[in-house]
Design a protein around this ligand. Structure first.
Ligand SMILES: Cc1ncc(COP(=O)(O)O)c(C=O)c1O
Length: 401
């Protein structure tokens, strides 16, 4: 076993006070409204939450839960939750629909469709978000232009094209490709549906983040049904941080339950939240360059301005992980023990399981296990945010060929 390959760097963090105004969009009332909308969509079903008691026993923790987002809307990742809610809010504003009671039927009525003629949705993606936007655009009868950074796996391109979107693969990294998409949206008068925020561009990403709260709403009900209303740990992987920020804020604003301790997980190559926490100087710290990592969904070097305050107000640790940690997680979830279910997790989805296994089993040392408090009382909730969205790489990692 080659330990340095599985290196995990930890930056402990003392959560600051969570700003009430910043967290309000993800609080229970709003989250319920989002959930109601998602329930009105074709193909909606809550994704499963699996308990892995045999793995928990091996790793010496009380419980491990994996909320598996791979079946979400048949798209192999969670992302359409955000794109659908953002597109719905955008359309509602544009055509004057009552956004208190938004539902899918109202959005797709002939009258609304007619008023949306000529509109194009534009975005940038590492794969999953763009697939979600292409899917939503098709549902709404709109064209979509999806930009992807250099190095994108062909399967991810094909999946988006198959939904009818125009796909352009740039020769830029993710963050520069986002700027390219923003320019195109301005030029064609399209709606930029980007899942990261920057100064002056926050409304759409806030809606996208709100869309992700459906995962937390479902997961809370599901862990409660399993008799464990209060997991002690929540592991959240971060690219731009929209997913992690939204789930952390949603969980932290739920009344009446202790808030789990939150670990934010990133790849070494794109560890902008880790760098920001480490610097602790009140500024966001971006990471540049190629951002090359097998965790394509987390390959984002510029932190979302909406996400950081939420994570700073909720997280206890920021972790920077070698690619091999995600690979470990993919293997662990693909080869269950005892009666535990088998879970197909892609690179970005599996990093939480990799951290858990590395900390508890693979000699990352009891130091990491101790820092994270992963003892026999720990009940850990992981979110598998994607399935095998790059099947060739999944096989290479899990089968070795
Ligand atoms: C599978 C997967 N997990 C996690 C993330 C991280 O989401 P965010 O960029 O909101 O941090 C992404 C982003 O594309 C993703 O595709």
């Amino acid at each position: 076993m080659n330990l340095p390959q599985r290196e995990i760097l930890v930056q402990p963090w003392q959560p600051e006070a969570l700003d009430a105004a910043q967290s309000a969009p993800y609080a229970p009332g709003e989250a319920q409204r989002v959930l109601r909308f998602h329930r009105s969509m074709p193909g909606y079903a809550p994704t499963p939450l699996h308990s892995l008691p045999a793995l928990a026993a091996l790793l010496g923790v009380r419980a491990i839960y994996v909320k598996d987002e791979s079946p979400r809307f048949g798209l192999n990742a969670f992302k359409a939750l955000g794109g659908s809610w953002a597109a719905a809010r955008w359309v509602a504003e544009r055509v004057g629909l009552d956004d208190e009671h938004l539902n899918f039927a109202a959005l797709t009525s002939p009258n609304v469709r007619e008023r949306l003629q000529g509109l194009t949705l534009v975005t940038t993606t590492d794969g999953n978000h763009g697939r979600g936007i292409a899917w939503v655009a098709r549902q709404l009868g709109l064209p979509a232009i999806v930009y992807m950074p250099k190095g994108t796996a062909q399967e991810r391109v094909d999946n988006i094209r198959a939904l009818g979107a125009t796909v352009e693969v740039s020769d830029l990294n993710y963050d520069d490709t986002v700027r390219l998409a923003a320019r195109t949206a301005r030029e064609v008068g399209g709606a930029l549906m980007q899942d990261t925020a920057w100064p002056g561009y926050e409304q759409v990403p806030r809606w996208i983040m709100q869309g992700y709260t459906t995962i937390a709403s479902e997961a809370r009900e599901q862990v409660t049904a399993l008799g464990d209303a209060a997991p002690t740990h929540l592991f959240l992987q971060a690219g731009a941080g929209s997913f992690a920020g939204a789930l952390a804020a949603c969980w932290a604003t739920w009344p009446g339950q202790p808030v789990p301790r939150i670990a934010v997980l990133e790849p070494h190559a794109a560890n902008c939240f880790y760098a920001t926490a480490r610097a602790a100087d009140g500024h966001l710290h971006a990471v540049g360059g190629d951002l090359r990592t097998i965790m394509a969904g987390l390959s984002v070097g510029e932190p979302s301005t909406l996400a950081w305050p939420l994570l700073a107000g909720t997280a206890s640790w920021f972790l920077s992980c070698a690619d091999e940690v995600a690979a470990l997680g993919m293997r662990v979830l693909a080869s269950p023990l005892g009666q535990d279910p088998r879970i197909i997790a892609g690179e970005s989805g599996a990093v939480g399981a990799g951290v858990l296994a590395a900390a508890c089993l693979c000699g990352q040392g009891n130091a990491l296990r101790e820092i994270l408090g992963l003892d026999e009382h720990a009940s850990v909730l992981l979110i598998n945010t994607e399935g095998d969205t790059d099947r060739e790489n999944w096989r290479k990692v899990v089968w070795g060929c």
